[in-house]
Write a protein that binds this ligand. Structure first.
Ligand SMILES: Cc1ncc(COP(=O)(O)O)c(C=O)c1O
Length: 450
């Protein structure tokens, strides 16, 4: 059968200016109805597992559209959005410069299977802002960037071993989906079904913030230079420098996963902030202006191991996509040093506001800040200590987080549905939005602990 795409509800959809293909879910009764219908064709109703409300319970809000700092669900509820597509959005949703760039680019065609000027310009922009990236290769997601970097590191060094750290996340890349044991070096334990032991047999998962002693079968050390997938853990003084020195000692490559931190902490990412130069850097999120993208950048001699110059294969039908590169260029064009200073001030304000609102409501919580990024930890376990590794981060009270999450959601504030995600503010979180946020947060949390 090959019928046309149907309206959800022809009358309601047409009245709301919804088309059958650009569907905003207007013709559906509720988040629940849409989510249930999704779950009949999409496993678990989500296309990224982290979006499901498994960790916090309940039904996800289903987004109809978004603008600036706000998302609107199919029921018409307005939420102040602190998810910002898990950090991919930095200028705010539907930023006019980005949408204009996408619109113009779409009129030129959406993919050709040939080189384009925009991918060249985006590579130049990255290389200029992040000097360690003498060469840049694009792909379509952060996951693709890390998996390409694994292959490249192994191909370039002729070695197999990969080192990662507990609590760091590098996307759905088999070799990096190894789970460690109890905080010590752990060899080859798959962190998910479907990854055979062989795929992670050469992956070591070590404690974050401790410089390991490497041997010379290590191809690369992969690290989130600021860990933003276990709440927010900053690198201990000397950690990144120590990794650099240890990699140099044994001839391993140092790979910074800056999928979150790249172009969010500042133009030069975490490597500029901490003044440590990796051999390779993985990007995603911000460099695509909210469209699908990933990139690996790095030392020329290492990058030139990629085909067609070298023998490490990489290819992608949509890699360097004309729309994603246009959106990325438009986003980067707005991001000056002044903007990052402003974003850092907003992050500090938001963190202090959340802390005060929680303490006013008797909720033990802390909200560490690194530059423009904010983390969250709940409960009394840590006292005033900020976590420095995954074991400490895991003492967060996940049940309390779920309670806070739902209170805020009902009060018109969207956090990520997981206790280990970061809080994202961007250019659209203006003073007036932050004032509204403060009112919504304190109202929502009042009486929660009674
Ligand atoms: C640090 C880090 N690396 C890699 C990825 C994977 O990126 P993507 O979701 O674009 O595949 C993520 C995703 O959140 C991430 O946080």
């Amino acid at each position: 059968m090959n019928s046309p795409i149907p309206f959800c509800d022809a009358n309601a959809c047409v009245a709301a200016g919804c088309t059958a293909t650009v569907c905003r879910g207007i013709g559906l009764a509720s988040n629940q109805v849409l989510f249930d219908r999704s779950a009949l064709v999409i496993p678990g109703g989500v296309n990224s597992s982290i979006r499901a409300f498994k960790a916090v319970g309940g039904t996800p809000y289903v987004v109809s559209r978004a603008e600036g700092a706000f998302v609107y669900d199919v029921e018409g509820n307005e939420l102040i959005d602190l998810v910002q597509s898990y950090g991919a959005i930095i200028l705010g949703h539907a930023h006019p410069k980005v949408t204009e760039a996408i619109r113009n680019a779409a009129g030129d065609g959406t993919s050709y299977g040939a080189p384009t000027p925009r991918e060249m310009k985006l590579a130049e922009a990255i290389s200029e802002r992040v000097p360690s990236c003498e060469r840049v290769r694009f792909m379509n997601s952060g996951t693709e960037a890390t998996s390409t970097a694994v292959r490249l590191a192994r191909g370039a060094t002729g070695r197999k071993r990969i080192v990662t750290f507990h609590g760091n996340f590098h996307g759905a890349t088999d070799a990096l989906l190894a789970a460690g044991g109890s905080g010590l070096a752990t060899l080859g334990l798959p962190g998910t079904a479907g990854v055979p032991e062989e795929a992670v047999a050469n992956t070591w998962v070590l404690p974050y913030n401790v410089v390991p002693t490497l041997d010379n079968d290590v191809a690369a050390v992969f690290v989130e230079p600021v860990a933003a997938n276990m709440g927010l853990v900053s690198p201990a003084p000397g950690f990144l420098e120590g990794l650099r020195a240890e990699c140099d000692r044994v001839g391993a490559l140092l790979v910074f996963d800056e999928v979150i931190t790249g172009f969010r902490l500042g133009s030069g990412g975490a490597q500029a902030k901490y003044d440590v130069k990796p051999d390779l850097t993985c990007f995603g999120k911000v460099i695509g202006g909210g469209l699908p993208i990933g990139a690996v950048g790095g030392r020329r001699d290492v990058m030139e191991n990629l085909t067609p110059l070298g023998s490490v294969f990489h290819a992608g039908t949509l890699a360097g996509n004309p729309l994603a590169t246009a959106a990325g260029l438009a986003a980067l064009n707005e991001l000056s040093d002044d903007v990052y200073m402003e974003l850092s001030a907003r992050a500090r304000f938001t963190s202090a506001m959340l802390r005060d609102a929680c303490s006013g409501a008797g909720i033990p919580a802390q909200f560490p800040v690194v530059g423009t990024l904010i983390g969250m930890y709940f409960g009394n376990e840590l006292g005033t200590k900020t976590p420095t590794n995954f074991a400490e981060a895991q003492t967060t009270d996940e049940a309390l987080y779920a309670k806070v999450f739902h209170a805020l959601l009902s009060g018109g504030v969207a956090l990520a549905p997981g206790a280990y995600e970061a809080v994202f503010v961007g250019l659209s979180h203006t003073d007036s939005v932050l004032d509204q946020l403060a009112v919504r947060v304190s109202t929502a949390l009042k009486g929660l602990m009674n």
